[in-house]
Design a protein around this ligand. Structure first.
Ligand code: COI
Length: 354
């Protein structure tokens, strides 16, 4: 992939006085790299953030051949920048690439490029509590061609955005509707890939849920509409009678890196934890018996988000608050503690940038 060209902006933007919300402000520079069949991935460079110039016939605009990732850089109280499990994100990018017939990237080169970009943009990593610099790598098919086949030209970008909490609720419990009419993915489809199509497929259901006052929807499996899948922007966990349960990775849900971290932490804490196809009836039954102790989502953007209310048809499950003693709260404190350099990184998940 070769060397990295750097072209710095002559007119840096003013940084926001306060970071709030998610994904509306972008830093001064981005990383971009080209792919052609003849040259492979080449011409990796850091440039001033600007609009993309693209042929209107670019394949991604017509057939959605594109993938992305989401990870974060954190600032410690000593002013160091830390990355959390960045290698896992680029490895997942390659797995998504395989599903979408997109050429593989060199993970080592991508990590180096990201670290260089972060070195240039270090002053954009916010310091207020709960904030971070969201990192969005993505690949799009740019070949101008209207036939349906894998493109022969691509571009990979990394853009950066200082962010606060993903949900408007902040850290307060969210309210989720179990989706009965629409489905997100089926086995053999694209469900496990981080591709634009999965998010486009979630919009209508999400809008309808929002109109009814819910933050998001919880998807059921696309065949029987019985087994729990994920919440579109996060994986989901249930604590029932002391045991923590999450749906397994069967190809239809995103293999979340926060999900994986939570499983590893719970095992270390010796909390009983199980990955299995839990049905919505089982959750309702547990609720009715008073056994449903907690429900929470996990994701890079969402971190650990407690679910305060879960509604399935006419059953309203009031799960309650995010108490100090809840597992969700402990996981939030522990994982964010590692990410911000407050808690010892026993799992070696963090890379401190020089
Ligand atoms: C993330 O958690 O990084 C995501 O990609 C979720 C969402 C903002 C699309």
């Amino acid at each position: 992939m070769g060397s990295l060209q750097i072209n710095l902006t002559k007119s840096p933007k003013e940084k926001p006085a306060r970071v709030a919300g998610f994904g509306t402000v972008f830093t001064d520079h981005l990383f971009v790299m080209d792919y052609t069949k003849a040259q492979g991935w080449h011409n990796g460079r850091i440039e001033p953030y600007d609009n993309i110039n693209m042929d209107p016939a670019a394949c991604c605009l017509h057939y959605g051949q594109g993938i992305f990732e989401g990870l974060k850089a954190y600032k410690t109280k000593e002013g160091k920048i830390q990355l959390f499990r960045a290698r896992d994100n680029f490895e997942r990018l390659n797995r998504s690439a395989e599903k979408l017939c997109i050429p593989q990237v060199d993970v080592e080169f991508m990590l180096e490029a990201l670290e260089k970009l972060l070195e240039i943009e270090k002053d954009w990593v916010p310091t207020e509590q709960g904030t971070s610099l969201y990192i969005r790598p993505f690949i799009i098919a740019t070949e101008p061609f209207l036939g349906v086949r894998p493109a022969e030209e691509y571009k990979l970008f990394i853009v950066l955005s200082p962010v606060g909490a993903y949900y408007p609720e902040g850290l307060k419990p969210v309210s989720i509707m179990v989706e009965k009419n629409y489905v997100r993915a089926v086995r053999g489809g694209l469900g496990e890939a981080k591709t634009m199509a999965n998010y486009a497929a979630s919009l209508l259901a999400q809008e309808e849920a929002k109109q009814k006052g819910f933050t998001q929807v919880l998807w059921l499996d696309g065949v029987e509409r019985k087994y729990i899948e994920e919440v579109g922007t996060m994986n989901i966990f249930f604590k029932i009678k002391g045991e923590v349960i999450t749906p397994p990775l069967t190809g239809t849900i995103l293999p979340g890196i926060t999900r994986d971290s939570v499983l590893k932490v719970l095992k270390k804490w010796q909390v009983p934890v199980k990955e299995y196809r839990i049905s919505i009836e089982e959750v309702v039954d547990a609720y009715k018996k008073g056994w449903l102790e907690e429900v929470f989502g996990t994701g890079t953007a969402a971190v650990i988000s407690p679910v305060g209310k879960l509604v399935y048809a006419d059953v309203e499950m009031d799960i309650g608050d995010y108490t100090e003693n809840s597992i969700a709260r402990k996981l939030y404190d522990y994982l964010t503690g590692i990410q911000y350099g407050i808690v010892e990184d026993e799992f070696c998940w963090v890379k401190i940038l020089d």
